[in-house]
Design a protein around this ligand. Sequence first.
Ligand SMILES: Nc1ncnc2c1ncn2[C@@H]1O[C@H](COP(=O)(O)OP(=O)(O)OP(=O)(O)O)[C@@H](O)[C@H]1O
Ligand SMILES: Nc1ccn([C@@H]2O[C@H](COP(=O)(O)O)[C@@H](O)[C@H]2O)c(=O)n1
Length: 243
Amino acid sequence: MLLITTLRRLSMANVKPSIVFVLGGPGSGKGTQCAKIIKEFGYVHLSAGDLLRTERDIPGSRYGDLIEKHIRNGTIVPVEITCNLLHAAMNNSRKDRFLIDGFPRNQDNLEGWNREMAAKVNLQFVLFFDCNEQVCIDRCLKRGSSGSGRSDDNEESLKKRFITYFKDTLPIVDHYQKQNLVRKIDANSSEDTVFEEVKKCFKEVMYSTLHMLWKQSVVTGWKTTSWQQIHKNSSSTFLKKTW
Ligand SMILES: Nc1ncnc2c1ncn2[C@@H]1O[C@H](COP(=O)(O)OP(=O)(O)OP(=O)(O)O)[C@@H](O)[C@H]1O
Ligand SMILES: Nc1ccn([C@@H]2O[C@H](COP(=O)(O)O)[C@@H](O)[C@H]2O)c(=O)n1
């Protein structure tokens, strides 16, 4: 435990915040799975949609009407607004690992992020929830009829949201796929089954980062424990506490 904690502290000295982008269709389960990931692996969850809804609801917000119009139409709010909200939320949290849920959703989001934020963070990977359109629609309608209060959990908005998803968001997933950064998860099954896949993915990434740090510590002559020992003694609870 001491070794990993120390490795992590050493690595933090000059390191940028780590982020994971979480993408997938409306209702694919991004928020649901993020809630599970933060419990198990200790990231901070920042949902672009939630941040926009919060901003919209601030009395007198200069962006309120614009945001609501985009939400109802399933279109994407200009990146300057969303990126500023994300940046502020990251700074306010004072943490160094973030799940950025529902972003970047189109080319404007991607370019704005690359201009303002990309150099300040370490993008670990893109978690992509692949889910059948009808499954997603049924989930969102159910969420709406159970009282979500969302102005876009209705058939008309959902049609528009899916047009945006296919036309604007999937090309962003392709963009990251070309850089080998996408981890695709089949999101059609139960919450728990999906989470088993998600867990495997995070463990692989965490272990490979730990391994890299451990190798660096070997290179600098700082080696007290074998990699096998670290690997054998680790569990996800352990990783959450120490990572
Ligand atoms: N694997 C699942 N099986 C069945 N229902 C699910 C599953 N995952 C999530 N749900 C339910 O589907 C609805 C949508 O889930 P969630 O809000 O997590 O999706 P999302 O991708 O974040 O949606 P959005 O993009 O619209 O914010 C919720 O009511 C949630 O409880
Ligand atoms: N990057 C983003 C994310 C969201 N929006 C708007 O919010 C709506 C709801 O988003 P969810 O992630 O909660 O489904 C979405 O349809 C967009 O109108 C955005 O503009 N930019």
